[in-house]
Design a protein around this ligand. Structure first.
Ligand code: NAD
Ligand code: UFG
Length: 339
């Protein structure tokens, strides 16, 4: 019998790539999502890639009753990977209650049902946003966390604290939080990728939409940062490398010799690229000239953010294998497949 894993937010961007990784590693995957930011067609696309159609349930995980009957039905699961959340930074500033209610209630409902049903392994999608403006780079897990500037970011910081309190008293649950840096790219099949609704907030989907003619021009936010070319630096990570990190974390949780009930890992490449580096890689791999101009800095942006992921490398035996060119190439192939 296959080991069963529940993936919340499983039809979303990172959830769908992680589902492919788990299916291809022999797991039985159950996807649960309310489809508020993803499409049901992803289930068939996962089947096209893997040859296996994952079970899917459309449920709003803030609904206590439905969540509890879902978990009862899947009490034989070995673990939960919790991607489900609202994630638009700007929108969260306008709708703080909606973001706290959605993201925190999902977490509370999932944790409670795991304990009730003795499902032991939990992975939480956290974010580098918990570090705020860093004092020192690269950032290790020991770096101080700060109150994120947006309610969205704060749901990650508070979420981590909830997990920390919960595992202390939970008899059955062990947890890992993965602090993602900047996930971009898409599966090499071109069948799944990031599909933002409306105007993208993030750099990579904005770039591909400009190149595809969906948007007119990219605004590069800030050219006067104290960086090599004046534009802000981030640690971009390929979504498939990120998917593999979840597999490594899951193995770690299953490692019976391990006594920590809760661990946190940075998940990045450790390399910082500027906005202009990303544009230049994109122009090379897509053979497109990108229309862009410079604009003011975006409020709340930090000048530089990149990870020290050596803890994940040592403890999870995980590392990245895909380059910035792989990321920009696959993002473009995905955008082209949408035409
Ligand atoms: P996504 O929006 O593509 O996926 C999230 C999924 O959760 C969506 O399919 C959405 O429909 C679902 N969802 C939202 N509320 C729900 C609810 N109440 N019940 C059931 N399903 C619900 O986002 P993503 O980029 O795949 O992000 C996955 C996780 O990683 C999120 O928790 C996000 O905050 C976190 N994260 C993302 C990034 C990034 O840059 N993409 C960076 C750091 C952390
Ligand atoms: N940028 C532009 N123009 C755009 C969009 C972005 O120049 O149209 C720049 C930003 O100013 C920033 C860089 O590209 O310098 C990356 O911006 P993103 O919006 O793609 O990513 P962020 O680093 O701002 O945010 C990401 C995730 C958040 C998470 C945060 C943690 O999207 O969910 O990392 O640091 F909270």
């Amino acid at each position: 019998m296959k080991n069963k894993v529940i993936i919340t937010g499983g039809t979303g961007y990172i959830g769908s790539h992680t589902a492919v990784e788990f299916i291809q590693n022999g797991f039985e995957v159950v996807l649960v999502d309310n489809l508020s930011n993803s499409d049901i067609s992803i289930v068939d696309r996962i089947e096209k890639i893997t040859g296996i159609k994952p079970e899917f349930e459309e449920i709003d995980l803030t609904d206590i009753k439905k969540t509890s009957s879902f978990f009862k039905k899947h009490k034989d699961a070995k673990g939960v990977i919790n991607f489900a959340a609202l994630k638009a930074v700007g929108e969260s500033v306008q709708k703080p209650i909606e973001y706290y209610r959605n993201n925190l209630n999902i977490l509370l409902n999932v944790l409670e049902n795991m304990e009730v049903n003795s499902i032991s392994n939990f992975i939480f999608s956290s974010s580098a946003t918990v570090y705020g403006l860093p004092d020192k780079l690269p950032i290790t897990e020991e770096s101080e966390t700060k109150r994120p500037t947006s309610p969205y970011g704060n749901t990650k910081k508070v979420g981590e604290e909830i997990i920390e309190d919960f595992v202390k008293i939970a008899k059955n649950v062990k947890a890992i939080s993965l602090r993602y840096f900047n996930p971009i790219g898409a599966h090499k099949s071109g069948l799944i990728g990031e599909a933002p609704t409306g105007i993208p907030n993030n750099l990579m989907p904005y770039i591909t939409q400009v190149a595809a003619g969906v948007r007119k021009e990219l605004k590069v936010f800030g050219k006067d940062y104290d960086t090599k070319d004046g534009t802000a630096i981030r640690d971009y990570i390929h979504v498939m490398d990120l998917a593999v990190a979840h597999m490594a974390a899951f193995k770690r949780l299953n490692d019976t010799g391990k006594d920590q009930k809760y661990e946190i890992f940075n998940i990045g490449t450790g390399i910082g690229y500027s906005v202009l580096d990303v544009i230049s890689s994109f122009e090379k791999t897509s053979k497109q000239k990108l229309n862009y101009s410079f604009d003011d800095r975006r409020e709340g942006d930090v000048p530089m953010l990149y990870a020290d992921s050596s803890k994940a490398s040592k403890v999870l035996h995980w590392g990245t294998s895909l380059s910035l060119d792989d990321m920009t190439r696959s993002s473009w192939e995905w955008e082209e497949s949408l035409k």
